[in-house]
Design a protein. Structure first.
Length: 593
């Protein structure tokens, strides 16, 4: 009696919940999801009850009406596109549980068939939603129903003989079994149970004798498993699925050479990822792929295999030529080729190749990408003369109607400055100046206020100073001042140049500007005060004590670094004492005379 009361309560609750879920103004909000989750819990409780109790209460019709209405409601929302995949699976699952709760061994054959269809569709929904646990439960319900249906059919065949209608029904039931087996394989794959998935796939293969048209479906399923395992870096498992997919796809028009080649290309990639021991298998797979359906991706993989195998430049060159003959070759694909050749240090191949491609895509705005790569490759191989000649041609083109785009131009400047800095460190100031001048030739010097351009001129000035070309250094610093008049670095360079020329007045002017900038500086940039400290040291080294004193006084007044201030004051005191001592000695010497 208590159990019946519980069941009656469950049925009342499920009816109330489904009424709320199936409202005309239904929307997938938090309340909707709460109703659905609660309804699943109630439906599971009803499903776990003894079907005899439900029959004694005559609850079948109530449960059937609730299940059918909910199922049709879900179908309507899905058709409109207003129901998510997860919610669709939930509503179908509730319907299935309610139907399965009252169907027993004596069920009507039509109802059993409907339940099988509901089970398969619900399992598909759970698989798509990524819930393998509930997918497996649903498939068990569907499998139980198929077995019941098959027993019914066998009983009829035994009683009435193998009629055409019964034979068709038997085949339809076997097709349901095939679909359930395939869905189980998919569920196992999602759970990383690869051996179990393989067993299900072999079982499905055995059934293809009765359903040859399903071979294409099974081939695509294995391909999808191969993609899944490849993405998870399970390369050995991946090769198993892709081999199965290829074998199943042979001679099937729905698969065709194009899909077969795609499968083989991925198989070759998986073999490559497995390591050198599988190189020959990769070569076999890609050769077969390119024979099935030539594609740039297949030719690219073939080139990669040749490179890994260490084949000759001649063979590699032929492979490259075969790729670029494709009509759909783009600059991006050419870029990938060059990068691949560079990775395997095939300079002899890619240097001539990239030059040909620059000519080929000469009218394309994207050809700049190739120019940037070309310069990088010249420098990577330490071909400085080739790089300089190439840069000179690019500068000419840039200034006569074939400009480099913004990103490539930025890359050019970075590479040129790197070369200049490297030469400067090696004290090859002439070469450093040459690289900086190349960079300058690519600038629009009419745009005033570019701080990078100011820095470039300062760097050039430093090179000129080391080359003792002080007039040119002064011109460069004059340009730097135009672009960044508030830069203490420019004033410091002017200060160095003035000291080098023993022009104390100009040195003091530059120092005064440095001190003014130090006072104005509100960021407490220690670089400002470090430069003033260095200016003091340089003046002292060159015996310009008065200039050194001015620098130290500025430092003591403006530096936020207490230790730096203390050091400046100590140095300043020493200079003053030395000056006092020198003056006293001069006075003594004069008095003696």
């Amino acid at each position: 009696m208590t159990q019946a009361v519980n069941v009656h309560s469950y049925i009342a609750q499920i009816q109330a919940l489904l009424k709320e879920i199936c409202r005309d103004d239904c929307s997938e909000n938090s309340q909707f999801h709460n109703y659905a989750e609660t309804a699943i819990g109630i439906a599971e409780k009803i499903h776990n009850e003894d079907s005899g109790i439900l029959k004694s209460m005559k609850a079948e019709s109530m449960l059937e009406n609730a299940a059918v209405n909910l199922w049709n409601f879900a179908v309507g929302l899905k058709t409109k596109g207003t129901l998510s995949g997860l919610s669709n699976a939930k509503l179908r699952y509730i319907s299935l549980l309610l139907v399965d709760s009252y169907i027993g061994e004596d069920a009507d054959e039509t109802i059993v068939k409907k339940k099988i269809l509901m089970g398969i569709k619900t399992a598909r929904g759970w698989l798509d939603a990524g819930n393998t646990k509930l997918a497996d439960i649903t498939l068990q319900i569907a499998d139980k129903s198929v077995k019941l249906l098959r027993r019914m059919i066998v009983q009829k065949i035994n009683a009435n003989g193998p009629t055409e209608v019964l034979q068709r029904q038997r085949i339809e039931a076997e097709q349901d079994v095939f679909r359930i087996v395939c869905y189980r394989a998919e569920s196992y794959i999602a759970q990383h149970k690869y051996q179990e998935a393989l067993e299900m796939t072999f079982l499905a293969k055995e059934m293809l004798l009765n359903f040859p048209k399903e071979g294409a479906f099974l081939a695509m399923m294995c391909y999808n498993f191969g993609v899944d395992t490849y993405q998870k870096k399970k390369y050995e498992e991946c090769t198993t699925w892709l081999r199965e997919s290829f074998e199943l796809g042979k001679g099937r028009s729905l698969i065709g050479p194009k899909n077969q080649a795609r499968t083989l290309r991925l198989l070759a990639c998986a073999y490559l990822d497995l390591g050198p021991a599988y190189l020959q298998k990769a070569q076999n797979a890609i050769t077969l792929a390119n024979a099935e359906y030539p594609h740039p991706a297949g030719l690219y993989i073939n080139l990669k295999i040749l490179l890994q195998n260490g084949d000759t430049d001649e063979m590699v060159n032929r492979a490259v030529e075969e790729i670029v003959k494709q009509t759909d070759t783009t600059i991006d694909s050419v870029t990938s080729l060059i990068q691949l050749l560079s990775d395997y240090k095939r300079a002899a191949v890619y240097q001539s190749f990239i030059q040909d491609q620059i000519l080929r895509f000469g009218n394309s705005p994207d050809v700049c990408k190739l120019k940037g790569i070309q310069l990088e490759l010249f420098l990577q191989t330490n071909n400085k003369d080739g790089a300089k000649h190439f840069v000179e041609n690019c500068i000419t083109g840039h200034n006569t109607g074939n400009p480099l785009d913004k990103e490539v131009l930025k890359r050019f400047h970075i590479l040129l400055w790197e070369q200049a800095a490297e030469a400067f460190e090696e004290k090859d100031f002439k070469s450093a100046l040459e690289w900086y001048n190349y960079s300058l030739s690519l600038y629009d010097t009419s745009q005033i206020g570019d701080k990078n351009l100011a820095k470039l001129h300062r760097n050039r000035a430093n090179c000129y100073m080391y080359l003792e070309l002080n007039e040119k250094a002064a011109d460069a610093l004059s340009e730097a001042e135009k672009h960044d008049p508030g830069s203490i670095h420019t004033q410091f360079s002017l200060y160095k140049l003035a000291l080098a020329d023993s022009d104390i007045e100009n040195a003091r002017q530059a120092l005064h500007k440095m001190c003014e900038l130090a006072v104005q500086d509100s960021t407490e940039d220690t670089d400002v005060h470090s430069l003033i400290c260095l200016a003091a040291h340089m003046a002292f080294e060159q015996h310009h004590q008065s200039t050194a004193s001015e620098a130290l006084e500025c430092l003591a007044k403006t530096s936020p670094d207490h230790l730096q201030v203390l050091t400046a004051l100590r140095c300043l005191i020493r200079i003053k004492l030395a000056e006092t001592e020198e003056n006293w000695l001069q006075q003594v010497a004069t008095a003696d005379k």
